[in-house]
Design a protein around this ligand. Structure first.
Ligand code: GRF
Length: 207
């Protein structure tokens, strides 16, 4: 059984996609131990609670400085002892000590085809604004392992989405979520839960 903790900051549609996939058997062999948010008002926490899943709020704002938050967040995650940490729309930098403690056991969904439109400052709608500004014809989503960099860890899976001529950042974000994120993240979790992934150095292979 793959025991996961899902970290969220906002609407929680990726969390919902994971919960639905577990309920519908598209993800097997997996249990969500808890959902953690840095934002106590995140709709994602309501989604977890209404699904009977333990929800916690751990916010940098509750700590005197980032180092103290990093230690508290990492200690809490260590106590929960998941096999895998899933970042589903989580907007807080993962503490270096957590990256080390959960090496190649933290996955993140990013709403572009990394290495395009990623890194510091590229999150949420901003990613799609930049993609439209650049005039790309194809964008998509990426699931990757988290390392100490920002959106730089080994790429696990990607799914392309065509950009349409009349797209706005909002319409493009919606289509990337519907056609890519909500499909890709559950699929990767199911692959990990059923031993279908292999990491060799910085590359991930599908068995
Ligand atoms: C999504 O665009 C996701 O790609 C990004 O955060 C946004 C909100 O996701 N990481 P969610 O609805 O909170 O899952």
């Amino acid at each position: 059984m793959l025991r996961i903790v899902v970290c969220v900051s906002g609407g929680g549609t990726n969390l919902q996609a994971i919960m639905d996939a577990i309920d519908e058997g598209r993800i097997t062999n997996t249990e969500i131990l808890a959902v953690i948010s840095n934002n106590e008002r995140a709709r994602a926490l309501e989604r977890a609670r209404s699904h009977g899943i333990r929800s916690l709020c751990i916010s940098p704002r509750s700590y005197p400085d980032r180092e103290t938050f990093n230690r508290a967040f990492t200690d809490r995650m260590t106590e929960l002892a998941p096999d895998m940490v899933v970042l589903a729309g989580f907007l807080v930098r993962i503490p270096p000590q957590m990256v080390h403690a959960f090496s190649n056991r933290i996955v993140n969904i990013h709403p572009s085809l990394i290495p395009s439109f990623c890194g510091v400052g590229y999150y949420g709608l901003k990613v799609h604004e930049k993609a439209l500004e650049r005039g790309v014809k194809v964008t998509g989503a990426t699931v990757h392992f988290v390392n100490e960099g920002m959106d730089e860890g080994p790429i696990i899976a990607q799914k392309p989405v065509m950009v349409e001529q009349d797209d706005t950042p909002e319409s493009l974000q919606r289509r990337v979520m519907e056609e890519a994120e909500w499909v890709l993240l559950p699929r990767v979790i199911d692959d990990i839960a059923n031993g279908r992934l292999e990491i060799r150095g910085d590359h991930v292979y599908h068995r």
